[in-house]
Design a binder for this molecule. Structure first.
Ligand code: 13P
Length: 247
C-alpha cells in the first residue's frame, strides 16, 4: 500500500533556536512512523535543518523554487541550489505565492518542471477561494490549476505530489469536512487518471487547518494520501499526533 506523506509547511516562521528545538522534539517523539514525513523550511534554514535531519526519516522540503535555471534573477533560488542542501520536496504554487507574488498557473507548471528536472519532487498546491466555492466553481478552478501542470509535464506528472488546499481553510481554523475534501480529491484523481497510467501512485495531500483533532478523519478518506500542515507543524506534539494518525 502507498505510504501516506505528512509534510509541514513552516511558512515564514522559525529562528535558529526555535528550529533546533522543534526538530529535536519531533525526532525524540517520532519513533517508527508508518508514513513518510517532511518539513518545508525557509530557505535560509535549509543548511541548519539538513544537518539536524541527516540520517533521520524526516525529509527536507523547500517552500519555493525558481522557474529559471541559473543567472540574473535576484533573490531567486534554483533547483540545483536546493539539491545541494539535500532537498527532496519543494512546495510549488502555494496559494500565498499565487496571491501575494502573482504566480500564474503557467509559472507554477514551469516551477514543477524545473523541480522534476533537478530530481526534486514538487508538491503542487491547488485550491479555490471562498468566492469561487460559493459560485460553484471549485472543480473548475482546481482542474484548471492542475491542467496547466499536466500540460507542461506530460508523463512526468506521475512523479508529482498534489496538495488540495482550499484557500478559505488556510490558517482560518475552518477545515473542509472530510467529505468535502474527498469530493475534490476524487475530481483530481480522475483528472490524473486521464493523464497518466500511474495516477494511483500519485499522492494527493489535503491542507488547510489540518490539526491533531481532525487529521484522522481526513486521512481516512480513500483519496487523501497525506497532509500539508501549516500552523500545527510548528508544534511538535501536534505534528507528532498527525504523523501517528497517518497509517
Ligand atoms: P494551516 O494548516 O495553517 O491552515 O496552513 C495550511 C497550509 O497552507 C499548508 O501549506
Amino acid at each position: 500500500m502507498k505510504k501516506k506523506l505528512i509534510a509541514g509547511n513552516w511558512k515564514m516562521n522559525g529562528s535558529l533556536a526555535a528550529n533546533d528545538k522543534l526538530l529535536k522534539d519531533i525526532l525524540v517523539g517520532v519513533g517508527q512512523a508508518a508514513c513518510q514525513m517532511a518539513v518545508g523550511v525557509p530557505a535560509v534554514y535549509l543548511s541548519q535543518c539538513q544537518a539536524l535531519l541527516a540520517g533521520t526519516a524526516i525529509d527536507l522540503a523547500a517552500q519555493d523554487i525558481s522557474a529559471h535555471e541559473v543567472g540574473a534573477y535576484t533573490g531567486e533560488i534554483s533547483g540545483a541550489m536546493l539539491k545541494e542542501f539535500g532537498v527532496r520536496y519543494v512546495i510549488v504554487g502555494h496559494s500565498e505565492r499565487r496571491q501575494y507574488h502573482g504566480e500564474t498557473d503557467e509559472v507554477v507548471a514551469l516551477k514543477a518542471q524545473r523541480a522534476l528536472g533537478c530530481g526534486i519532487t514538487p508538491i503542487v498546491c491547488v485550491g479555490e477561494t471562498l468566492a469561487e466555492r460559493e459560485a460553484g466553481k471549485t472543480d473548475e478552478v482546481v482542474k484548471r490549476q492542475l491542467a496547466a501542470v499536466i500540460h507542461t509535464n506530460g508523463h512526468c506528472i506521475s512523479e508529482v505530489v498534489v496538495a488540495y488546499e482550499p484557500v478559505w481553510a488556510i490558517g482560518t481554523g475552518k477545515t473542509a469536512t472530510p467529505e468535502m475534501a474527498q469530493q475534490v480529491h476524487a475530481v483530481l484523481r480522475a483528472q490524473l487518471k486521464a493523464a497518466s497510467d500511474h495516477a494511483d501512485r500519485i499522492k494527493l495531500l489535503y491542507g488547510g487547518s489540518m490539526n491533531a483533532a481532525n487529521a484522522a478523519s481526513l486521512l481516512a478518506q480513500p483519496d487523501i494520501d497525506g497532509g500539508l500542515i501549516g500552523g500545527a507543524a510548528l508544534k511538535a506534539q501536534d505534528f507528532l499526533t498527525i504523523i501517528a494518525a497517518a497509517h
